[in-house]
Design a protein around this ligand. Structure first.
Ligand SMILES: [Fe+2]
Ligand SMILES: [Fe+2]
Length: 295
């Protein structure tokens, strides 16, 4: 099942657009810093059930097929960064080919989401490397343009190679994941040592890990945590997987938490004026990123 060529169109793309996942996250976490209350979540799930079938199907696929071996295959392939090479600004244009056909009136393109996130960070006076994180954090979604199914690009991420936490959204679907029957992977620690640190933990494959690997030589450690774990809601919102963390992760968590509200709550229907902002961002990109991006 790891061969993407054998997937049906629906298995590739149950969501009308990638934004549908993010809209669902926003419904789960409607307010900054407030941990989701399980009861409210359940009520919400029932109330919205008919409208959320596509999201549910998306998570069924994600939780079923994101196995330890699947992630290793994707890492071996995509972390060679041998698919494309282009100037940074061309890469943003390339990403923008991911158009959202579900609701063209209200949805912003990928670049607008990045720019709104980075502008909200800048407006609050955070360091410029964090503005850079805002601008680049979803660049990994280009994976979709390389033919990867949605469930291998977006969705909440989680550790693979050990027991799945009940705090990951739709935990019931992990029952379909072959790793949950595997002697090697099904125990609490699986292939890991207690408190080994997230750097030694393999996460489910998607746009977070891919952009982290793309940027790991260009940005400070706190920025890299924001990139690498921004979709790991079970950790940064729900406090799961404490037993895999080390002190460095606990220290870095505050940065991941600082970033998350800008990603979730900065969407506004009024697009920023790119022509006005352009000189600033050209300088920023020049400061932090290599001239050419390897995808
Ligand atoms: Fe993201
Ligand atoms: Fe985002």
């Amino acid at each position: 099942m790891s061969d993407s060529k054998s997937l049906s169109q629906f298995e590739m793309a149950p969501l009308a657009s990638l934004d549908e996942w993010e809209e669902d996250v926003l419904k789960r976490y409607p307010e900054a810093g407030i941990q989701a209350n399980t009861k409210q979540k359940e009520e919400f799930r029932n109330y919205e059930a008919p409208a959320r079938d596509t999201v549910r199907e998306f998570y069924r696929l994600n939780h079923t097929y994101q196995t330890y071996d699947f992630v290793q295959e994707k890492r071996a392939d995509f972390l060679q960064f041998n698919k494309k090479q282009m100037p940074v600004w061309d890469a943003f244009q390339f990403l923008n080919q991911l158009v959202d056909d579900s609701d063209p009136d209200t949805d912003l393109d990928q670049f607008q989401h990045l720019l709104q996130t980075s502008e909200a960070i800048r407006a609050d006076g955070h360091p410029d490397w964090m503005v850079m994180v805002g601008l680049i954090h979803d660049m990994g979604k280009v994976l979709c343009l390389f033919g990867e199914p949605q469930w291998a690009v977006v969705g909440d991420t989680f550790p693979v190679g050990c027991a799945h936490s009940e705090k990951v959204v739709y935990p019931e679907f992990f029952g379909q994941n072959p790793d949950s029957q595997s002697e090697k992977f099904k125990s609490t620690y699986g292939v890991y040592e207690p408190n080994c640190g997230l750097r030694n933990v393999t996460m489910s494959w998607g746009h977070d890990e891919y952009v982290y690997q793309m940027m790991k030589d260009s940005l400070p450690e706190s920025a890299l945590y924001m990139l690498r774990y921004h979709s790991f809601y079970a950790w940064h919102r729900e406090g799961a997987y404490e037993y895999l963390l080390d002190d460095h992760d606990r220290e870095m968590l505050k940065w991941v938490k600082l970033f998350n509200p800008y990603d979730l709550y900065s969407k506004s229907p009024k697009p920023p004026d790119w022509n006005e902002l352009r000189p600033y961002y050209e300088g920023l990109v020049k400061k932090y990123l290599p001239a050419t991006l390897r995808l």
